[in-house]
Design a protein around this ligand. Structure first.
Ligand SMILES: [Zn+2]
Length: 324
């Protein structure tokens, strides 16, 4: 038995306690309360006093890309132009070795821990880097294996097989604290058939999903009107992609993705009807205000999310789309 004490204790689920203590038995918190009260209750417990400090639960960063931690500031020259940003990050990422990516993920996990984050919802193209980082730094979280650029339905079966193989490898890394999931990156980088295959797999195998959705006007224009730079990009690469002529959230609902209750990152350009769909499907939202601001994508209707009863958490996104 051990008691941690400090001038302030913030249980969050109840009012702050002045002169508080946390009683820990093995790996579990068994009591929180006034330090005098807990010292009397557990007289033989060792006491570690943090003095003029506050003890509070660890923070949750529900949308990160730890493997990109080496890119802080590297994309600032293209932050005004999402298209150039996407192309540049792809080039920079391709130049990194697996060892570079693993080192970056560990650095990101350590930065998070130093800032009080104890739980990550992390997305990785190289998922193993995220699981290794969380385990090495002793954190909790879900690492979502991300899809590669795969918008063309003609390659959906093959793309799904490759993703499934990566996911099966990643699952072997699961521990009590570190779980794994899948991240179909976004409606503009994943084809409709691949989305459907992932959604079916998720429901059958209870695999958590996280998706970047309704992040920018470019994405909205592509989905609703079939216009914008993404279409030129697909044409240039000879890819087949047809606009569904609906919002990204409607699209995810049609494809059966929303019913998997995914964690949706951003949701900046959502309509009131989209918010109702997100709430009705009990999906949740990773709100990333710093990243949205850096790109000038606008601000997500945070209050409406809460009013609709949607579970919302905060995400840092990667340091490539963030100045902190
Ligand atoms: Zn992201």
């Amino acid at each position: 038995m051990k008691l941690l004490t400090a001038e302030y204790l913030l249980p969050i689920a109840s009012d702050p306690i002045s002169g508080g203590a946390v009683a820990i038995e093995g790996q579990a918190i068994v009591a929180v309360g006034g330090s005098g009260e807990l010292k009397a209750k557990y007289p033989s417990a060792g006491v570690e006093d943090f003095g003029n400090a506050a003890i509070l639960p660890g923070f949750v960063n529900c949308h990160s890309h730890l493997e990109l931690t080496a890119m802080r500031g590297a994309l600032d020259d293209v932050e005004h132009d999402f298209k150039s940003w996407l192309l540049k990050i792809n080039d920079l990422r391709s130049a990194m070795t697996d060892a570079d990516i693993e080192d970056a993920a560990i650095a990101g996990a350590m930065e998070g821990a130093a800032a009080g984050v104890t739980c990550f919802g992390d997305i990785g193209r190289y998922g193993l880097a995220g699981t290794k980082a969380l385990k090495q730094v002793g954190l909790r979280g879900i690492v979502y294996q991300e899809t590669e650029f795969s918008p063309d339905n003609r390659t959906a079966e093959g793309d799904f097989a490759k993703l499934g193989a990566k996911y099966e490898e990643l699952r072997k890394e699961e521990t009590d604290l570190v779980k794994v999931g899948l991240s179909p990156h976004s409606p503009y980088t994943v084809g409709s058939q691949l989305f459907e295959l992932i959604a079916q797999y998720s429901i059958l195998n209870r695999v958590p999903l996280s998706i970047h959705a309704s992040e920018s006007l470019d994405e909205m224009n592509l989905l609703e009107k079939g216009e914008g730079f993404f279409t030129q990009f697909y044409e240039k690469l000879g890819l087949e992609w047809n606009s569904p002529h609906c919002t990204p959230i409607e699209y995810l609902e049609r494809l059966g993705v929303l019913s998997t209750r995914p964690l949706l990152a951003h949701c900046v350009t959502v309509t009131d009807s989209d918010i109702k769909k997100i709430a009705a499907n009990r999906a949740s939202i990773a709100h990333c205000p710093k990243s949205n601001a850096k790109f000038g994508h606008g601000y997500a209707p945070f209050e409406k999310f809460l009013d609709a009863g949607i579970a919302v958490g905060l995400g840092s996104d990667s340091v490539a789309s963030n100045n902190v």
